[in-house]
Ligand binder design. Structure first.
Ligand SMILES: *Cc1c(COP(=O)(O)O)cnc(C)c1O
Length: 388
């Protein structure tokens, strides 16, 4: 009996120069934390965003940790972050001894609700000595971390106006939205710095890896210093502060260079997959794709749709189980951060949109290598399951 083939949610596509570049690292004996591919990956990734370079890290969480530290986040500070997100940015805030303030999602594109952010800053915060402070706790607001979830941008223009008005640095979590655009400008180029991830399910992957991007050279130099144990240049082992070993190794950077070469094609494929799902779902009641804003070009990293239990005939979790029985992988969104036991007690600003999305949204198979036949199978299974 042959094993039934499962259609996976989102797996890597490694059919470019990955093997050739990794092989070169091994042939040249340059496999570790310095090497030509690390420099190449940093230069080319930076150039992709219009910056002179970027700083590679061991993963996206480390990138966030370091970027927040360079932005000045420290013990006792508050950092504003999206409530509906994978947990990494909230954890990075805690790693620095700071506390997150969670901002609800908006119902249309599911991103940080900038109106709620404005409400919090205008009503609960005050400007003092060139910074912003939460009036109730007296704590400093050290940064804002908009998380561009699922490939779609946050509404950055009004967010940047608020950030500038309150003199708060912005560190973008662009880990899920490489290749997306906001009003024609690439996501990850609006804030003081932005962070990316090359985890296995991200748009481009190095197995594990991350990147800090910024147009500010000093920011990047400090970030590089901190990721290399804060070791001073030269042959002596002199470290001017407590640093981290957060570097990406040459073998993985080699994969990154090869993946980056294919980025435009990957985005095109993701957008085509989303377009096909959207067209199909227009005729199935109770399933609604994440909407693309008219100011956005989504990278459609992880295609997701909202299930209306009454209209569809079952809830999101029943759909996930139904698809699983058909050999199709799907999954729910993340538990909103204000409900996470890991971050209990943190401030939450919102009305419960993130919770409603958490309960109703399902992410569907959307690998770059997904075939038309496989996508038809997924759509057919959803049609069969609809109506209970
Ligand atoms: C993937 C991801 C990260 C970084 O994850 P790593 O696994 O550490 O590379 C950070 N934030 C969000 C929103 C993510 O989805």
């Amino acid at each position: 009996m042959s094993e039934r083939k499962v259609i996976p949610l989102c797996i890597p596509y490694l059919h470019g120069n990955e093997l050739a570049y990794v092989t070169k690292c091994i042939e040249d004996n340059w496999v570790s934390s310095v090497g030509a591919y690390v420099d190449k990956f940093e230069d080319r990734f930076g150039a992709r965003l219009g910056f002179p370079r970027a700083v590679a890290t061991v993963n996206g969480t480390a990138a966030l940790h370091i970027a927040l530290k360079v932005a000045g986040v420290g013990v006792g500070d508050l950092v504003i972050v999206s409530d509906l997100t994978f947990i990494a940015p909230a954890n990075a805030i805690r790693h620095l001894g700071a506390e997150p303030v969670f901002i609800d999602a908006e119902p249309n594109h599911w991103q940080m609700d900038v109106a709620q952010l404005g409400f919090y800053l205008e009503t609960a915060c005050e400007r003092r000595g060139g910074g912003a402070f939460d009036k109730a706790s007296g704590k400093r607001i050290a940064a804002i971390v908009p998380v561009h979830i699922l490939g779609h941008p946050v509404d950055m223009d009004p967010l940047m106006v608020l950030a500038q008005d309150f003199a708060i640095p912005v560190i973008e979590d662009a880990t899920e939205s490489l290749g997306a655009q906001y009003l024609g400008q690439q996501v990850g180029t609006h804030g003081d710095a932005s962070c990316f991830s090359f985890n296995g399910n991200k748009l481009i992957t190095t197995g594990g890896g991350g990147m800090i991007a910024s147009m500010n050279e000093d920011f990047l130099n400090t970030a590089k210093h901190l990721t290399t144990q804060a070791k001073q240049a030269g042959t002596e082992y002199i470290h001017d502060e407590v640093g981290y070993n957060y570097r990406l190794v040459n073998v993985l950077a080699a994969m990154g260079v090869a993946q980056l070469e294919q980025l435009d094609g990957f985005v095109e494929k993701k957008r085509a997959i989303a377009k096909t799902y959207r067209a199909a779902f227009a005729t199935i009641p109770g399933i609604t794709a994440q909407a693309e804003a008219d100011w956005a070009s989504s990278a459609d990293w992880l295609f997701s749709a909202r299930i209306d239990q009454d209209a569809f005939g079952m809830d999101s979790r029943a759909l996930i189980l139904g698809l699983k029985a058909c050999g199709i992988e799907s999954r729910p969104l993340w538990q909103p951060m204000h409900l996470s036991p890991a971050h209990a007690g943190a401030l939450f600003i919102g009305t419960g949109v993130s919770k409603a999305l958490f309960e109703s949204v399902v992410s569907l198979p959307c690998s770059v290598g997904l075939t038309a036949g496989e996508q038809n199978t997924v759509i057919g299974a959803i049609k069969d399951l609809a109506g209970g």
